[in-house]
Design a protein around this ligand. Structure first.
Ligand code: GDP
Length: 149
């Protein structure tokens, strides 16, 4: 799997405000990423705590967990060469006010917390995050065959 896949979420506010379709369109058409798997779901508090466990000592952890479990998200797996880094460049900086113009976070992000999308930050975390949301039979290559991570 090294380098080809990343996990993204469209966060609750962007889903609530109706931007999910537009974001996915930009990611696939302008970004050239291919959707490998996708689900809409609402995280429980416990699931959000688990997903963001690496941030548990940060001052924003409780607010982040609260926000990420406040409504439905869209979770999806993307494929592209060097997917993790390519997607992080494509979405822009964590703080939308610092994100390069034209990036997804500059277009749809509202604040450093409500920055509209998540993107994995390493291949190792991408694998962990993909397996957090998806079973092995839910990931498909371009021909519709199941992908082994
Ligand atoms: P990312 O990899 O760009 O998503 O950033 P991080 O891994 O550092 O943080 C994870 C998520 O926590 C971010 O996407 C934001 O939603 C949130 N976050 C990060 N830094 C802050 C902060 O300083 N304040 C608040 N309220 N939320 C933050």
């Amino acid at each position: 799997m090294a380098g080809r896949y990343t996990l993204s979420m469209i966060k609750p506010r962007a889903v609530r405000e109706g931007h999910a379709g537009e974001i996915l369109s930009i990611v696939t058409k302008q970004g050239g990423f291919r959707i490998v798997a996708m689900r809409m779901l609402r995280l429980s508090r416990e699931q959000a705590m688990k997903f963001y466990e690496v941030h548990k000592d940060k001052p924003f952890y409780n607010d982040l967990v609260e926000f990420m479990s406040s409504g439905p998200i869209v979770a999806y797996v993307l494929e592209k060469e060097n997917a993790v880094q390519a997607f992080r460049s494509f979405i822009g900086a964590t703080d939308p006010s610092k994100a390069e113009q034209g990036t997804i976070r500059s277009l749809f992000g509202k604040s450093i917390q409500e920055n509209c999308v998540h993107g994995s930050d390493s291949d190792e975390n991408a694998k962990r995050e993909i397996q957090f949301f998806f079973a092995s039979h839910e990931l498909f290559d371009a021909q519709g065959n199941i992908i082994e991570l």
